[in-house]
Structures are given as C-alpha cells and as structure tokens.
Ligand binder design. Structure first.
Ligand SMILES: [Zn+2]
Length: 178
C-alpha cells in the first residue's frame, strides 16, 4: 500500500497578476539580474518587499562568492534578515526573475515569506510548478501565495541572451586557438 502523501496542484498558485506593483518590482529584480550578468554569473535577480517598500536586493553570485548556495533568493533573504534583524521574514513578498529551485523554496519556507512572485519558468529545476510543487502543495506547514510568469518573456530573454553570448565567446576562443 502506498501511504505517501499525494501531490496536488497548489491551491495558492496563480498565473494571474493584476498589480502594476508586481511588474514594477519584477523590473527591479531584472536590474539585479543584469548586475549578475556583468560579473559573469547566470543572470537571476531578486528583491524583497515589505509594506510596498524595497527591503533588500540580491543577485546570483555562486562563482564570485565561491558559494554554491549564493542564488539570488538566498542572497536577498540573507540581506533582508540582516536589515530587519529577524530570522523570520513574515509579511514580505519575494520577487525573483526565474522560478526558484528546491533549495531556494526551502529557504523561503524557513523564512516564512508570505508571497512569491517569479518571472520565467525553469523546466530543468523549478520547484514551484515545473518540476516540483514544494511551495504550495500543502505538505509542509507553511504555504506561500504564488504568482508565476510575471514579465516572463523579459526574464527569459535576459537568460537566453546571456547563454547565447557565452556560446559565441567560447566559439571565438576556439577559433583563436586554431
Ligand atoms: Zn535556487
């Protein structure tokens, strides 16, 4: 007999958003993503908002920080927790340009973040709706309100351009060696 809890589509998940604020803050997260690109990091950016105020920003930095956990979401959570002087971030919304991975969703749950808004879907490692549904499947004791695919195309394009440029640079390097 299979006693494993059954996964269900998260009730709190929505592909709809109405708020102009969501687009505004996602644009801000995109600026953080571009900052990561200038440092040669995969361009993912995040911001944390409380009471319509920007509390902290973060961009993907695992290479520069020699830290495999330094995803944009972890960086912004650490920055915000320091600024708010609290290990819980209740009453906050986290905006991130790419669907979070398992680690980052886990960190958001530990931080008790109220709402997650993400941009592009990540079919390879997304843990919100693509590959897993950890954030809102009701199996853990904290569920977030989730809005996905906010400025999806813009967020995906930043990543696409980054990888295209990196491939071109590699090709150029190979040519120069010949
Ligand atoms: Zn992550």
């Amino acid at each position: 007999m299979n006693n494993r809890p059954q996964r269900k589509k998260p009730d709190s998940f929505s592909h709809k958003w109405n708020s102009r604020d969501d687009e505004k803050w996602m644009e801000r997260a995109l600026v953080a993503a571009m900052d990561a690109a200038t440092r040669g990091e995969v361009p993912v950016g995040a911001v944390l908002i409380q009471d319509k105020r920007l509390i902290a920003e973060g961009s993907n930095s695992p290479i520069g920080m020699n830290d495999p956990t330094a995803h944009a979401e972890i960086v912004v959570i650490r920055n915000a927790a320091t600024i708010l002087n609290n290990y819980r971030l209740a009453g906050t919304t986290l905006y991130v340009t790419l669907e979070p991975c398992v680690m980052c969703v886990g960190a958001m749950i530990h931080a008790r973040i109220d709402r997650l808004v993400y941009g592009a879907a990540d079919p390879k490692s997304g843990a919100v709706s693509s590959l897993y549904t950890i954030a809102g499947d009701g199996l853990l004791n904290h569920n977030m309100e989730i809005s996905g695919l906010v400025l999806e195309h813009k967020c995906a394009l930043v990543l696409k351009n980054f990888f295209a440029e990196r491939r071109n640079n590699l090709k150029q390097l190979k040519k120069e060696k010949i």
